[in-house]
Design a protein around this ligand. Sequence first.
Ligand SMILES: O=P(O)(O)O[C@@H]1C[C@H](O)[C@@H](CO)O1
Ligand SMILES: Nc1nc2[nH]cnc2c(=O)[nH]1
Length: 320
Amino acid sequence: MAPINASEVKGYAPKEVLPEVETDNGKGIGYSYDTLQETANFLLSRTSVRPRIGIICGSGMGSYWKDGSLADHIEDPVRFKYEDIPNFPVSTVEGHTGQLVFGKLGDVPVMAMQGRFHYYEGYPLWKCCLPVRVMKLIGIKVLMATNAAGGLKSAYKVGDIMIVKDHINMMGFAGNNPLHGPNDERFGPRFPPMNRAYNYEYRKIAKEVAKELSIDNIVREGVYTCLGGPNFETVAELNMLKMVGVDAVGMSTVHEVITARHCDMHVFALSLITNECVVEYDHDAEANHEEVLDVGRMRQDILRKYVTKLVERFNKTLTP
Ligand SMILES: O=P(O)(O)O[C@@H]1C[C@H](O)[C@@H](CO)O1
Ligand SMILES: Nc1nc2[nH]cnc2c(=O)[nH]1
């Protein structure tokens, strides 16, 4: 039988129109350990700050509203624009400034990402999570990821802060995972467990600190999921997610957490509930990014105080 010429088959994309798979000089998916070590060395050689806690600032939380945001309160800051860091992607989303800030929050040395990378920007998941591996290589032990999310649980109100107890990796169900591709054991094992992804002790501390700051009336605990975006969800999609136990819906964090746990970092995550998920058809409200940023601004002082206290408490759990 004559071989089939794939490019003549209807619906088959010829090789020249298929997207390029991002590789490290053709050596595989993702950047190699050595390439990321170069990025880590670049940063370490330009600052004397040696952070053990890394913070990812979500939409409206680290970037947009100048002077009040967490990242703007880091003392003695050393800032790196993403475009100046070797091998780093650049932020393209409003509300994500696009710089790394090293310095002190309270009396704790930290590194904060003022802006993260999302799948919908066109980056493969491994590239969205590249900064997490760089954090690992500069000595960071704890990843604190923050995000803006739609509140799906009916008890949640706009402005609530959800401690993430667990996640559902919807994109992973379809085989899209930041660890896809060859595994480098220097980062972690081929098959990492994920049942204890969100550190139990840190969740407990976060609830105690919420009480100390008298914000326990707005602090919740729940399950987060990440969808690919950039569109917000349909009513049917939200109802399906609700049925399977999702409390808050976003477009980030899950793959960062998987990457961090793969390389044995402790993980804590917070979702700021920036909008109510609309789960009925006879409803006029529509989710929009402006509301997300506005709620980030409304909560920036509380979040900054909360995160600063958490950083101090988490730091005490780390051995010197
Ligand atoms: O970076 P995060 O996850 O905080 O941002 C969320 C998801 C989208 O990027 C954006 C939608 O408004 O907010
Ligand atoms: N997917 C998703 N991401 C969000 N980020 C902020 N709000 C939302 C939302 O309602 N859905």
